[in-house]
Design a protein around this ligand. Structure first.
Ligand SMILES: Nc1nc2c(c(=O)[nH]1)N[C@H]1C(S)=C(S)[C@@H](COP(=O)(O)O)O[C@H]1N2
Ligand SMILES: [Mo]
Length: 362
């Protein structure tokens, strides 16, 4: 075991703030990720919150502002349990780093994704009780953590469209895998937004604000934006750039790992795939010759909105070895780009290029 109760094989990229991920092959062992393997993404120190005095504030374009205690949230609304996958927008950044350097960002491999069964209150129930003004279009969130950027405490926040909050079953979660949230993962209350980048699932939730426009908070209007491949830190105009929200369709190969030597005969390839918004993963294609020929993988877990799927395929690796490739398709027939250079961006977000693993054969 490591600090914060994490698994001995957990890869800790940073201790302050604490950031780490499990080896993807361990993640692939269970649909619901055990807490000791669940990835962690923090931008500042973990705040200590007193559950007894904790209040969630609800304000902005609502009939009447509210300040809710944990008891109000637990007892005033129907209790919901929901399995949802979180994925960081930086998942699979290492492959982007192989194209060109991305200084100052966590070099996530393919383990910045995990799934929990969350217990809590539906955001839409709490919003209905507060009475949302028809002019509201976005729900903005702030956490209780202090995050320094350019000499200022900007905190951590963001927003999602109100329509998404309503139809995607966004959850105000106080439980994770049947136990109260741990401090690391947002105690006492966090948001869980299915199908959105992990950054929108704000931990240590302090406030919900109904507003006509997206949040102007640093992590919504500055960070977590995608710029074209030719833009860099010197040429960037932060007003431009694509504000991230829904996840894009992606897949990773969790076994075998890159550089492995594999025996003669059929080779079992395993991985996960994840779709964004209210789309589901519909198919995963696998190739053992770099994408010249393909076969369809078996999906071994159910297709569900906001939840990853596991897949497997048995392939024949050509003598001398080959490049194993995987690409997923979602329910809107979106699939993944072949060439990672086409989507490279200097912040290293949203890599959903084909997953590629090179193997040698005995
Ligand atoms: N308050 C707060 N919420 C936050 C963050 C943060 O730094 N502060 N990180 C976000 C990011 S970028 C991700 S990917 C997820 C990670 O959640 P986890 O640490 O429980 O895995 O939390 C999100 N919520
Ligand atoms: Mo993230």
């Amino acid at each position: 075991m490591q600090p914060h109760g994490k698994h001995s094989d957990y890869v800790v990229w940073q201790t302050e703030p604490y950031n780490g991920e499990p080896p993807a092959a361990l993640l692939r062992q269970s649909l619901v990720t055990p807490l000791d393997l669940f990835y962690t993404r923090n931008h500042g120190p973990v705040p200590e919150v007193d559950a007894a005095t904790y209040r969630l504030s609800i304000d902005g374009l609502v009939r009447a502002s509210r300040s809710l205690s944990l008891t109000d949230l637990r007892e005033g609304f129907p209790r919901v349990t929901q399995t949802t996958t979180l994925q960081c927008a930086g998942n699979r950044r290492t492959d982007l780093l192989a194209v060109a350097p991305i200084p100052g960002e966590v070099p996530w491999q393919d383990g910045a994704i995990s799934t929990a069964t969350w217990g809590g209150t539906l955001l839409r129930d709490v919003l209905a009780e507060a009475g949302v003004d028809p002019a509201a279009r976005h729900v903005a969130f702030m956490g209780l953590d202090h995050v320094e950027r350019h000499g200022h405490d900007v905190g951590f926040g963001g927003s999602i469209p109100l329509a998404a909050a309503l139809h995607l079953d966004a959850l105000l979660a106080f439980e994770m895998n049947g136990a109260p949230l741990t401090p690391l993962h947002g105690f006492p209350l966090r948001l869980v937004v299915p199908g959105y980048i992990g950054a929108r699932s704000v931990k240590w939730l302090a406030s919900l604000t109904l507003q006509p426009e997206p949040s102007t908070q640093y992590f919504q209007s500055h960070a977590y934006k995608v710029f074209p491949p030719h833009i860099g830190p010197q040429t960037v105009d932060w007003e431009q750039g694509l504000m991230l929200g829904e996840l894009s369709i992606t897949a990773a190969i969790t076994t075998p790992r890159d550089g492995a030597t594999v025996p003669v005969g059929p080779l079992r390839v395993e991985g996960y795939a994840m779709a964004g918004g209210s789309r589901t993963v519909e198919r995963v294609d696998v190739s053992s010759d770099g994408g010249a020929t393909w076969q369809v993988a078996r999906l071994t877990t159910p297709r569900q909105v906001g939840v990853w799927v596991f897949w497997e395929a048995d392939v024949d690796v050509p003598p001398g070895g080959g490049e194993i490739v995987a690409r997923a398709w979602d329910s809107a027939a979106n699939t993944q780009p072949e060439d990672i250079r086409a989507i490279w961006n200097f912040k290293g977000y949203m890599n959903n290029a084909w997953a590629r693993v090179n193997v040698h054969r005995l």
